[in-house]
Design a protein around this ligand. Structure first.
Ligand code: MN
Length: 309
């Protein structure tokens, strides 16, 4: 019995390690190793193809086919070695089969506080570590959990973050730069930083907040534009690097909000709802309208509401 299939990049190192002690002295041409385990000959080729030969080849192959399913959602047909699931999946193209740089931002809907944007690099070998931290559902992770896992992620995952302070934001000419242009400029900035760090990324992924045509037109007067971006909606659910970028930017945002809260002596509410108006009004009553420049995004409608009241 002979079983052949292609092993994924994130499983390959596990396989090499596992068979290290069972390696044969001779390595066939174009092979990384050849090993023998209880009568089955296992050959891993440089192309990524792995061959199992022997009466119980299916038992040995099954271990790896199961791992492919667990880590990569691949369903491999043991008889043909073909991906059953990937035939259907082809168009959705699982982004987590790649090493990626992804970016995300936070603070765009909050009247108080900065906009924080972050780009992160996640290699295929980091996937297991991140899956253990349950990084994938970043939107569902509450702020307490963010504070726990963000520092762990930041120690291991290369990232670049930028904080656009309220003063910087308010200094922009908002008749010329809308929020999407601000986002495009900030994403490009952090992506450019990471792209130049000599990381082995295969794709760059950005949450599609605007069609790609618009994204690049916002950057038409910018030098150092990062190209070849894969734009996709709900990217933080599909791509681990975007999920990490989302968690890190959220963490930095919360840290900044904490600092600002310390300065004003009271916990600043998030969002842009009526409780936020109330809070801002109190602040203005105590310290005057000028204080807002340092703490809020002045072009939000909330400012008008505070003035009228
Ligand atoms: Mn986003």
């Amino acid at each position: 019995m002979t079983i052949v299939f292609k092993i994924s990049d994130n499983i390959k190192p596990k396989m090499i390690k596992y068979y290290d002690v069972l390696k044969r002295d001779k390595t066939p041409p174009y092979a990384i190793f050849q090993a023998e385990e209880s009568g089955t000959i296992i050959t891993l080729y440089e192309s990524g193809k792995v061959m199992f030969q022997g009466i119980s080849a299916d038992i040995d192959a099954r271990i790896w086919i199961d791992l492919e399913k667990k880590y990569n959602n691949r369903i491999i047909d043991i008889k043909t070695g073909k991906d059953i699931a990937s035939i259907k999946q082809k168009d959705t193209d699982n982004l987590n089969n790649y090493s990626t740089i992804g970016s995300d931002e936070v603070g765009c809907g909050d009247y108080f506080g900065p906009i924080v944007v972050c780009a992160a690099f996640v290699g295929v070998l980091d996937h297991e570590f991140l899956n253990e931290l349950k990084v994938m559902d970043s939107k569902k992770i509450n702020d307490d959990r963010i504070k726990e896992i963000a520092p762990i992620i930041m120690k291991r995952i290369p990232y670049s973050a930028y904080i656009l302070s309220n003063e910087e934001y308010n200094n922009l000419d908002h008749s010329k730069v809308n929020l999407n242009k601000i986002k495009a400029l900030l994403h490009n900035k952090v992506l450019f930083n990471l792209v130049n760090k000599d990381l082995k990324y295969e794709k760059i992924v950005v949450d599609e907040f605007t069609p790609s045509k618009n994204y690049y037109s916002y950057l038409s007067d910018t030098s150092n534009v990062v190209k070849n971006i894969t734009f996709t909606q709900k990217a933080e659910d599909k791509c681990l690097s975007v999920a990490c970028a989302s968690i890190i930017s959220r963490y930095i945002f919360l840290r900044e909000m904490y600092k600002l809260s310390e300065e004003v002596g009271k916990v600043i509410p998030l969002g842009a709802g009526s409780n936020v108006d109330l809070f801002a009004r109190e602040l203005v009553t105590k310290k005057g309208m000028d204080i807002l420049n340092k703490y809020v995004k002045l072009n939000f409608k909330n400012t008008q509401k505070i003035k009228i009241a």
